[in-house]
Design a protein around this ligand. Sequence first.
Ligand code: FAD
Length: 431
Amino acid sequence: MRPNAIVLGAGPAGLAFAHRYGSGAIVLEKSLEVGGLSRSIAIEDGVFDVGGHAFHTPHERVRELVHTLMDGAWHEQARDARVWVSGQLIAYPFQQHFEMLDDQAIVDDCRGHRVDPDSVARSAHFEEWILRRFGNGVAHHFMLPYNRKLWADDLSEMSCEWVGERVASDRPPAPLAATGVPARQPLHSDSSVGYPADGGFGSIFVALAARCERIELGEQVVSIDPSSHRLQTASGRSWSWETIVSTMPLPRLLGCIAGCPGRLIEHASMLRAVSLKILLILARLRDRNVPQRIYIADPAIPPHKVAFNHTSSATLSARENHAITCEVSYSPRKPARPDDEILARTIDWLVANRFIESADRVVTARVVDVPYGYPVPTRDVATIVSEITHHLETMGIHSIGRFGSWSYANSDACMLQGLELADRLLAGSGP
Ligand SMILES: Cc1cc2nc3c(=O)[nH]c(=O)nc-3n(C[C@H](O)[C@H](O)[C@H](O)COP(=O)(O)OP(=O)(O)OC[C@H]3O[C@@H](n4cnc5c(N)ncnc54)[C@H](O)[C@@H]3O)c2cc1C
């Protein structure tokens, strides 16, 4: 008989694992809903995601699963993203469209950079990569301030292995020939993105959860004993396990494991995350015809990204009030400003840029705190994660997902991790 597997977390990675593993998988989820960071939040007639979410994947297997789950209730459209610079909205990404700016001085600064591919490839860190890849003008007018705002960290401490999949540039990313795994492509203005035709992004994971055998909500795992193979949840229940599949943030997982070596706990504490204040603003728009996403580098405007979530599908767009989701990063190096202040300044920006007539048009606004938003790709992440996950696997604990593998992975890549781990365990070829 297959070993019982306790899955920690009902986000995309945990649900995909449980669905593929089938009987014998029990998902324990600390919150009262499924979806994790990919859940949706309904407030009055607004549907918000935890930051702007859209579906886009190079993984055929994941695409097929999502399309099966949605059973035709799916909305595919071209992405419409813009960049806000000096009071003007231009097409995304900045580095390809700065010529659209009225401010000729910025355009002149950004022109004429000659890329030396060898020097770009030798960049020691992300900040250097930006300067070499795009030149001083693009770097100083957008790429550096934008990335400092998003990552709330020192860009010279970040690696550049991930940029080929994430940062739009005019050269294709290097193929991952060695693994044969298709590489994610950065999104461009003509990329096609998908979204459930009804409800929010989280509908995908509500449908996936319905195909999992057993999910226990409101069960937060607080301690794991590898010697007795039992774990405890905050409700006081105790569960026995043969295999654990965790999608919890790695440092928190280690903190739950009885007798975890101090060296691993210390190394895990070096992993850095960007935290987020997600502003959920439900408002009557002046004009429904708005871009899906706006990226803002100006440090005086709180969010780095504003997502008009109701542009995601026709059913959402038809609603009277529209959900505007804004992401504001914070970290120990860039502490958060008070919620009231960031909300007020963001609403002022929405009014000043004529998305809403006046602050009176805001029906409701609130802030959701997300302690783990983006895993920061510092240069030591791969070494730390591989040391910890190898140790955990010797105990029958597998750590996957965005913060379980500390990788800048979207929901599709997290689902793939869950599916592939289940394949591996089902085939009896565990590590
Ligand atoms: C701002 C933002 C924008 C994004 N945009 C996109 C996008 O456009 N497209 C896209 O595909 N992806 C996007 N993503 C990424 C996507 O949201 C995540 O990659 C995905 O949800 C991660 O899945 P996961 O299962 O690894 O973890 P999570 O979604 O974080 O799920 C982990 C689950 O574990 C639970 N948990 C934690 N601790 C415990 C415990 N002790 N006991 C029990 N349960 C526990 C949590 O409550 C949570 O439900 C975005 C993410 C962010 C933050």
